[in-house]
Design a binder for this molecule. Structure first.
Ligand SMILES: NC(=O)C1=CN([C@@H]2O[C@H](COP(=O)(O)OP(=O)(O)OC[C@H]3O[C@@H](n4cnc5c(N)ncnc54)[C@H](O)[C@@H]3O)[C@@H](O)[C@H]2O)C=CC1
Ligand SMILES: O=C(O)[C@H]1O[C@H](OP(=O)(O)OP(=O)(O)OC[C@H]2O[C@@H](n3ccc(=O)[nH]c3=O)[C@H](O)[C@@H]2O)[C@H](O)[C@@H](O)[C@@H]1O
Length: 513
C-alpha cells in the first residue's frame, strides 16, 4: 500500500488504534500499512534508540540493520552486543513484534518511510584533516545505498554525530540519483549517555530535530516529531534549522567535556594548594547558573565521542577561518591528555620513580561505570604509560574481557572507531598484561592499585584483606575518587586521590614529566 504514495510526499500520519491513516501531500486520508522505520547501524545509538521507539510506538515497524553479521546475530540472541542497564527488557518486549534486527540492509531501507542513519563517524587518520576531521566514509556509503535502493519517498535522518553542513552533502548524494524520488533530510542528533541510555531515551531533556525551512522540510520535521510525541512532551521537542541541529550536538559535547577539563584543571591546583576538589566543585556547583552536575574530577574523560567531536569542531573552526576559536576548544583535549599523563607520573614518582617489574593492579577499564565500552577510555593511556615504564599489569573490569583489553592496548589511535569487523586484529598480545576476573586476584602481591573506572563494587571491597595480600608499602591511586581515603590510610595504604590534599609521602615525591 505504501507504494501507492510513490509520487506524493508523505508528511503526516495519525495513529488511530491499530489502524494507521497517512495523510498525503494532496491532503487525502489514505488507509495504509504500518509506518516503517529503518535504522542503518545497530550500535550503541542505533540499537537502544530504535528499541525505545519500538517500545513506545507499537504501531510502527522498526528494523535495525547493519553490515556486521556478528552484531546482528547478537541482537537476535540472548546476549545483546552491548551492555546497557534496562536494554534487555526493552528488546525482549519488542523483538519479534515490531522490532527486528537484520543484515538485509537494502530490503529494509527500500521498504521504509523513515531511514535513520546511525553509523560510525570516526576521526580521519589519513589525508586531508587527518587527526581532526570526521571520516564520513560510512555515512556516504549508506547515503549512496539509500539512493540506489529507494523506490518511494523517504525521510532520511542523521542520527550519527556529523560535521555541521553534512546534510548538504548528503542531500546532494541522495538527489543526484533520485529517479524522481523525494528525500527530505533531517538532523536528529542523539544525546544519550552510555550506562543511562534507556532512561535518557525514555525521559530525554530534549529531542532536537533540524530540517530545511521549506514546506517539505517542515512536513518532514512534523512527521518525526509525531514519532517522538508518542512519549516525549512536545515542549521538549525542539525544532530548528538543519545547521543549528548539527552544530548543537557538537556544541553540547564540547560544553560537557569543557566542564570536566575545567574541574580537572582545578584538581591539579587543589593538589598543589591543599584544597579539596570535591569541596570546590560542590561550592562552585551550588551557583544555580553553573549547576552541580558533571563536575566530578577524574583521571580524564573517555568515551567514543567527546574527543572525536571536539577535534571535529576544531577542524570546522579552522576551515572557517576561526583559529582562535579552534585553539580555545583544542585546549579542552590538551587538559584531558595532561590529566592522564599527570596521573601516570604521579604513580611512577610515588613508587620511587620506577614501576619496572612491579605488579600494578588496574581496577576498571571501561570509560565509565555501567558500560562495557572501552572506546577512548583513559585506561588505555594510563596502562600504556605504565607499560612504557615496564610495569606488570593485572587488569580487572566487571564488563570488559581479555580480548577487548588486548585489542585496545595494541590498536592504533582512532582505529577503534571503525565497525568492529573492519578493525585490525591484534596478532600478538601485549606482554606484561594479564586480565583477571576479580579484584582480589588482580591486587594479590601487587605494589599498587589504580582505580580507573568508578564501578560501585570498588567502593565496598575488603581493603583490609587486599592490604594484607599486597607488597608494602601498598599504594592506591584513585583516578575516580571512589574509595574512602581516610579509611584506607588507617589500614596502612598510601593513597592518592585526584584533586585531594596529598599524603605526606606523596608530597615528598613530586611528579615531574
Ligand atoms: N555511543 C554513544 O553514546 C553516542 C554516539 N553518537 C554518535 O552516533 C554514531 C554511532 O555511534 P555508535 O552507535 O556508538 O557506533 P557503533 O560503532 O556502536 O555503531 C555503528 C554501527 O554502524 C554499522 N555500520 C557502519 N557503516 C554501515 C553501513 N554502511 N551500513 C550498515 N551498517 C553500517 C557498524 O557496523 C556499527 O555496528 C556516531 O556518529 C557517534 O558519534 C551520538 C550520541 C551518543
Ligand atoms: O555524543 C555522545 O557520545 C554522548 O557523549 C556523552 O555521553 P558518554 O560519553 O556516554 O558518557 P558521559 O557520562 O558523558 O561520560 C563521558 C566521560 O566523562 C567522564 N566524566 C563525566 C562526568 C564527570 O563529572 N566527570 C568525568 O570525568 C566519564 O567518566 C566518561 O569517561 C554525553 O554525556 C552524551 O550526552 C552524548 O550523547
Amino acid at each position: 500500500m505504501q507504494n501507492h504514495l510513490n509520487d506524493e510526499f508523505v508528511f503526516r500520519y495519525k495513529l488511530v488504534g491499530s489502524v494507521e491513516y497517512i495523510k498525503s501531500g494532496k491532503d487525502q486520508l489514505i488507509l495504509s500499512k504500518m509506518v516503517k522505520i529503518c535504522c542503518i547501524g545497530a550500535g550503541y545509538v542505533g540499537g537502544p534508540t530504535m528499541a525505545v521507539i519500538a517500545l513506545k510506538c507499537p504501531n510502527i515497524q522498526v528494523a535495525v540493520v547493519d553490515i556486521s553479521t556478528a552484531r546482528i546475530n547478537a541482537w537476535n540472541s540472548d546476549t545483546l552486543p552491548i551492555y546497557e542497564p534496562g536494554l534487555d527488557e526493552v528488546v525482549k518486549k519488542c523483538r519479534g513484534k515490531n522490532l527486528s534486527f537484520s543484515t538485509d540492509v537494502e530490503k529494509h531501507v527500500a521498504e521504509s518511510d523513515i531511514v535513520f542513519v546511525s553509523v560510525n563517524t570516526p576521526t580521519k587518520t589519513q589525508g586531508l584533516g587527518a587527526g581532526k576531521a570526521a571520516d564520513l566514509t560510512y555515512w556516504e556509503s549508506a547515503a549512496r545505498m539509500i539512493a540506489d535502493v529507494a523506490k518511494s519517498n523517504k525521510i532520511v535522518v542523521e542520527k550519527s554525530t556529523v560535521p555541521v553542513k553534512t546534510a548538504e552533502a548528503i542531500e546532494k548524494i541522495l538527489t543526484h540519483n533520485s529517479k524522481g524520488i523525494n528525500f527530505s533530510i533531517l538532523s536528529n542528533p542523539e544525546f544519550l549517555a552510555e550506562g543511562t541510555a534507556i532512561s535518557d531515551l525514555l525521559n530525554p531533556d530534549r529531542v532536537l530535530i533540524g530540517g530545511r525551512e521549506t514546506p517539505e522540510g517542515k512536513k518532514a520535521i512534523e512527521a518525526l516529531r509525531d514519532v517522538y510525541a508518542h512519549w516525549v512532551p512536545v515542549d521538549r521537542i525542539l525544532c530548528t534549522n538543519l545547521w543549528s541541529a548539527e552544530l548543537s550536538k557538537l556544541a553540547a559535547n564540547a560544553f560537557l567535556a569543557q566542564r570536566i577539563s575545567s574541574v580537572n584543571a582545578m584538581s591539579a591546583l587543589c593538589e598543589a594548594t591543599g584544597a579539596d576538589v570535591s569541596q570546590v566543585a560542590h561550592a562552585v556547583g551550588k551557583d544555580t547558573r553553573i549547576g552541580p552536575k558533571f563536575l566530578n574530577a577524574s583521571v580524564g574523560f573517555g568515551g567514543s565521542c567527546f574527543q572525536k567531536d571536539i577535534l571535529n569542531l576544531v577542524y570546522i573552526c579552522e576551515c572557517n577561518g576561526l583559529p582562535e576559536v579552534a585553539t580555545y576548544w583544542k585546549q579542552v583535549i590538551k587538559v584531558n591528555d595532561y590529566q592522564k599523563t599527570r596521573f601516570v607520573n604521579q604513580i611512577v614518582s610515588s613508587m620511587f620513580n620506577t614501576v619496572s617489574g612491579k605488579k600494578i593492579a588496574v581496577l576498571g577499564f571501561a570509560f565509565k561505570k555501567d558500560t562495557g565500552d572501552t572506546r577512548e577510555t583513559p585506561a588505555i593511556d594510563v596502562c600504556k604509560g605504565l607499560i612504557g615504564d615496564k610495569a606488570k599489569l593485572s587488569i580487572y573490569d566487571p564488563q570488559v574481557n581479555q580480548d577487548q583489553i588486548q585489542r585496545d592496548l595494541s590498536m592504533k589511535k582512532f582505529d577503534w572507531d571503525h565497525p568492529v569487523h573492519l578493525q585490525p586484529m591484534s596478532p600478538t598480545s601485549v606482554k606484561d598484561v594479564s586480565v583477571v576476573w576479580d579484584a582480589y586476584t588482580a591486587t594479590k602481591d601487587a605494589h599498587g592499585i589504580c582505580i580507573l573506572t568508578e564501578w560501585d563494587e570498588f567502593k565496598n571491597l575488603d581493603y583490609q584483606k587486599i592490604f594484607n595480600d599486597m607488597q608494602k608499602p601498598a599504594f592506591v591511586f584513585d583516578g575516580r575518587n571512589v574509595v574512602d581515603a581516610e579509611k584506607l590510610r588507617k589500614i596502612g595504604f598510601i593513597v592518592y586521590s585526584i584533586g585531594k590534599p596529598l599524603d605526606d609521602w606523596l608530597k615528598d615525591m613530586p611528579a615531574v614529566a
